[in-house]
Ligand binder design. Structure first.
Ligand code: ADP
Ligand code: ZN
Length: 725
C-alpha cells in the first residue's frame, strides 16, 4: 500500500519524496492505527491524511475549526483532481443539499466539516449511511483549554469516535507545548506511542533581531530588499498599524491594514487580496494570520515586540510555508519593554507574574548572542545542537564580529563603582558620555574621573555593551530597581585579570536579502509565468498558489522544461495539473527559450549528480552553468563570479562531462581560430582523447590557446551528450 502512497505523491501531488515522518504516519494510518501528529506550520501535515484518504475505499471526514481553512484545502484538493467538499454554515441551502447528496452516493473522498456541523444529528445520520474509513481532527489543539484557540465543541468529538467503528483517527496540530499535547492525548484516548513529533526547526527561516532605532527607516530599507514579495508586518496596536500603513501606502507600497477596528467585511477583503497576490504587504495586529494558508509569505517583520516566544514563533511560522527561504525580522528596543512592563504592572498578581516571565524570556532571547535556534527550540523542549545554522543573524559571520572590549568593560565597571553601585545603565552611560543631564549635575557626577571618558561611543552602543556585560555576569542588575553592581568576575576584569570579548553594535544596520532561492533561475521568465498563473487564478476565482506554488514556477524558470516528461519532473506538477495547465506553461517556456536561445537543463540528471556540497550549498559549477543556461551573457557571468574565461569554461566542462547538455551557441563567438583550424583541433581530440588538453596544445606548438581548446572540446563533448539523450 505504501507503494500506492508513493505513486500518489508523485502523480497527484507532483512531489519527489516524502518529508520526514510523513511516510511512517501514512503507513500507520493505512494499517488503521490511530496517530497524533505534531509538526510545525508548513511541515506537511495535510498529506498525512490526504494520501490515505485517496487509498481508502470509504470516506475521510476532516474536522476543521475555520471556514477559511476548509475552503482553502478543498480548493487545493480540487485542483489536484481530488473529490473533496465541505459542509459548514457558509454554504447556501442548495449547495449544502447537493454536497449531502454527493456523500450519500459515495462520490467524495474527503469531507471537511466544522465541529458543530459534525455534531448535528442529521450529519451523523448521513455519515452512518456510508463507510467512514478515517476521522481526521485538524488543528487538534482546539481541544485544549491551554491552547490559544479552545473550542468547546472539539471536546465532544472524542465521543464521536464510537460512531465510526471502522474509522482510524488522526489528530494534527502545530502546537508544541507539552501541556496542550497531553490534553489532546487524554481527550482523544490516544497513547503516547502513537505520537509523531517532528522537529520544530524551520530551517528555511532566516531569523534576525535588530535594535529598533528608527523603525520606519529600518522597515523601508528592509522592504527595498524584497520588491514584489509578500510579507506581513506585525504591530502592537491598531494605531501603530494605521500609522505604518499610511506611511507605506504614501510611499507607493502595495499594502493594506488589518486589525480588529476594521469591519468584518473590510478585514475579509484585505485578507482575500493578500491571499490572491493583489496586495503584497499586510500591516496587522496579531489578529492576522489565523486561518490563512498562503505559502509564499517571504518575510515577517515584528515592528513591535510580540507577546511571548510562543506567539512569536507562531507568527514567524507564517513565513515560508512553501519551504523556500523567508526572512523574519524582529525590531527590538528597551523603550518597548518599558511600555509593556507598564501594561503588565496594571495586571492582577498571578497574571502579572506570568506575563513578566514571558517578557523576560523574550528579552533574553533577543539579547542572546548564540544561534537563535538554540533558545527558540529549547523553549519547545527541543535541543538544537548544530554548530552553525547559517540561517540566523548570530550565525552569520558579518554579525559575529567579536572584538576585545576589555577597556570598555573597565570603563563601565569603574563608573559603576565610583557612583556607588546604585544607578542603572542609562545614568552610567550618561556619565561616561559626559552628558549634562539634571541627574548628573545634581549628583556631582561631572567631577568624576570617568566623566566623559566614553564619549566616542553612542548611547546605544554603551547600552548594548552593558547588556552584554550583564549576560557575561560581569555586573548584576537589581531586579526591582535596575541598579547595577559589579560581580566577582567583574572585579577580575577591573584588575586586568580577565579579558572581555564582545560586539560593538554598528550605528546603522543595513539589511541584506536573505530569502533568495539557492536555485539560479531566469527572473524574466519567472515573471511571465507568474502573470500567466495570476490570470488563470483570477478567472477561476482562486488564489494563484492553488494553481502552482512559486517553487514550481521557479523550477520551470531554472530547468526550462520543453517536453511533457521534463515538465512532469518539475516540483508540484502532477498528472491532473499537467492536463489542466501543462500545455499553457510548456508553450510559454518553449517560446521563451526559442527567443532567447536557451536549452533545457535535465532535472533528474542534476539530481543524480553530487551537486550538493557538505555545507548544503549547490556546487559552484552547477550554479555557474545554470547562470549561463539561463541566457545570461558570458561577460556578465565572469564579472559576477569574478573569474577568467578559462575558469568559466572548466566549470562548463565539468557539467558536460557528467552527461548534461548545454547550449553552445553563445560559445562560438568566443573562438579565436578559423574553421580550418577548428577542424584540425577536432581531429587531434579524436586522436588523443578529450581527457587532457596538453597533448593537443603541444602538438599545435602552442599556437591555439587553451581557451580555444576548451571551447572546442566542449562543443565536441556536448554533441555526444545530445546524441545519447
Ligand atoms: P501544514 O499543514 O503542516 O502547515 P501543509 O500540509 O500545508 O503544511 O504543507 C506545507 C507545504 O509543503 C504545502 O505547500 C505542501 O504541498 C508542501 N509539501 C508537503 N509535503 C511535501 C513533500 N513530501 N514534498 C514536497 N512538498 C510537500
Ligand atoms: Zn543560527
Amino acid at each position: 500500500m505504501i507503494n500506492k502512497a508513493d505513486s500518489i505523491l508523485k502523480n497527484i501531488f507532483g512531489y519527489d519524496k516524502f518529508r520526514p515522518l510523513q511516510e511512517k504516519i501514512i503507513h500507520n494510518v493505512l494499517s488503521k492505527k490511530d496517530a497524533f501528529v505534531i509538526m510545525p506550520t508548513g511541515g506537511g501535515k495535510s498529506l498525512c491524511y490526504q494520501i490515505p484518504a485517496l487509498i481508502f475505499e470509504g470516506l475521510t471526514v476532516v474536522v476543521s475549526p475555520l471556514i477559511s481553512l476548509m475552503k482553502d484545502q478543498v480548493e487545493q484538493l480540487r485542483e489536484y483532481g481530488v473529490q473533496a467538499i465541505y459542509l459548514n454554515s457558509s454554504l447556501s441551502q442548495e449547495d449544502y443539499r447537493a454536497n449531502e447528496e454527493k456523500i450519500r452516493n459515495n462520490r467524495v473522498k474527503l469531507l471537511y466539516v466544522a465541529p458543530e456541523t459534525l455534531l448535528m444529528k442529521k450529519t451523523l445520520d448521513l455519515l452512518a449511511s456510508v463507510k467512514v474509513d478515517c476521522l481526521t481532527i485538524d488543528e487538534a489543539h482546539c481541544i485544549s483549554e491551554w491552547g490559544h484557540d479552545f473550542r468547546p465543541e472539539y471536546r465532544q468529538i472524542a465521543e464521536l469516535k464510537s460512531y465510526f467503528p471502522e474509522a482510524v483517527s488522526i489528530a494534527l496540530t502545530a502546537t508544541a507545548t507539552p501541556r496542550v499535547q497531553d490534553d489532546i492525548i487524554n481527550n482523544l484516548h490516544l497513547k503516547e506511542s502513537q505520537k509523531f513529533l517532528a522537529s520544530f526547526n524551520r530551517h528555511n527561516l532566516y531569523i534576525q533581531v535588530v535594535r529598533k532605532v528608527n523603525p520606519l527607516e529600518q522597515t523601508l530599507d528592509f522592504l527595498e530588499k524584497y520588491p514584489n514579495q509578500s510579507g506581513i508586518i506585525y504591530c502592537f496596536s491598531r494605531r501603530q498599524v494605521d500609522d505604518l500603513y499610511e506611511e507605506l501606502h504614501y510611499r507607493g507600497f502595495s499594502v493594506l491594514p488589518y486589525h480588529a477596528g476594521l469591519s468584518d467585511s473590510e478585514r475579509k477583503r484585505h485578507q482575500e487580496q493578500f491571499i490572491k497576490d493583489d496586495v503584497q504587504i499586510i500591516v496587522a495586529t496579531i489578529a492576522f494570520g489565523m486561518g490563512i494558508n498562503k505559502p509564499n509569505v517571504r518575510f515577517v517583520i515584528h515592528y513591535d515586540l510580540p507577546k511571548n516566544i510562543e506567539s512569536y514563533y507562531q507568527e514567524i511560522g507564517r513565513a515560508g510555508r512553501d519551504g523556500l527561504k523567508a526572512h523574519c525580522l524582529l525590531l527590538f528596543n528597551y523603550g518597548d519593554i518599558r511600555k509593556i512592563n507598564y501594561f503588565i504592572d496594571q495586571k492582577e498578581d498571578k497574571e502579572r507574574r506570568i506575563a513578566k516571565m514571558h517578557l523576560d524570556a523574550l528579552v533574553r532571547y533577543a539579547e542572546s548572542y548564540e544561534c537563535r535556534r538554540i533558545p527558540l527550540l529549547n523553549y519547545f523542549g527541543e535541543k538544537y545542537s548544530q554548530e552553525n545554522c547559517s540561517m540566523c543573524d548570530n550565525c552569520n559571520t558579518e554579525a559575529k564580529d567579536l572584538i576585545d572590549v576589555t577597556v570598555r568593560a573597565q570603563q563601565f565597571l569603574s563608573c559603576i563603582k565610583r557612583t556607588g553601585e546604585i544607578f542603572g545603565a542609562v545614568h552610567i552611560t550618561d556619565v561616561l558620555r559626559g552628558s549634562k543631564t539634571k541627574k548628573v549635575i545634581a549628583k556631582n557626577h561631572d567631577s568624576l574621573s570617568t566623566y566623559g571618558i566614553g564619549d566616542d561611543l553612542s548611547k546605544n552602543q554603551w547600552l548594548s555593551l552593558s547588556r552584554q556585560f550583564i549576560q557575561k555576569n560581569l555586573i548584576e542588575k537589581d531586579p526591582e530597581f535596575g541598579s547595577l553592581k559589579v560581580t566577582g568576575k567583574g572585579y577580575e576584569v577591573l584588575k586586568g585579570k580577565r579579558n572581555v570579548m564582545g560586539k560593538l553594535e554598528a550605528e546603522e544596520i543595513k539589511f541584506t536579502a536573505r530569502a533568495e532561492t539557492d536555485l539560479h533561475y531566469d527572473k524574466n521568465l519567472f515573471e511571465i509565468l507568474r502573470s500567466e498563473r495570476k490570470e488563470i487564478a483570477d478567472k477561476l476565482g482562486i488564489p494563484p498558489y492553488v494553481i502552482f506554488p512559486d517553487k514550481t514556477l521557479i523550477e520551470m524558470a531554472a530547468y526550462f522544461p520543453q517536453t511533457v516528461n521534463q515538465l512532469l519532473k518539475i516540483h508540484g506538477v502532477g498528472k491532473v495539473k499537467f492536463d489542466r495547465y501543462g500545455k499553457k506553461f510548456l508553450n510559454i517556456v518553449t517560446d521563451y527559450c526559442i527567443k532567447n536561445h536557451i536549452g533545457s537543463i535535465t532535472k533528474t540528471r542534476r539530481q543524480r549528480n553530487s551537486q550538493i556540497t557538505k555545507a548544503g550549498k549547490t556546487r559552484r559549477y552547477i550554479v555557474v552553468t545554470e547562470a549561463y543556461q539561463s541566457g545570461r551573457k558570458v561577460e556578465d557571468i565572469l564579472n559576477e563570479f569574478n573569474f577568467k574565461l578559462g575558469t568559466f569554461l572548466s566549470h562548463l566542462n565539468r557539467y558536460v562531462r557528467e552527461g548534461n547538455a548545454v547550449n553552445t551557441d553563445a560559445l562560438l563567438p568566443l573562438l579565436e581560430i578559423d574553421s580550418a583550424q577548428q577542424k584540425i583541433v577536432l581531429n587531434l581530440f579524436k586522436e588523443h582523447g578529450t581527457d587532457l588538453l596538453r597533448p593537443v596544445f603541444d602538438e599545435l606548438d602552442g599556437k591555439v590557446s587553451y581557451n580555444d581548446l576548451q571551447i572546442m572540446r566542449l562543443l565536441m563533448m556536448n554533441k555526444e551528450v545530445v546524441k545519447n539523450k
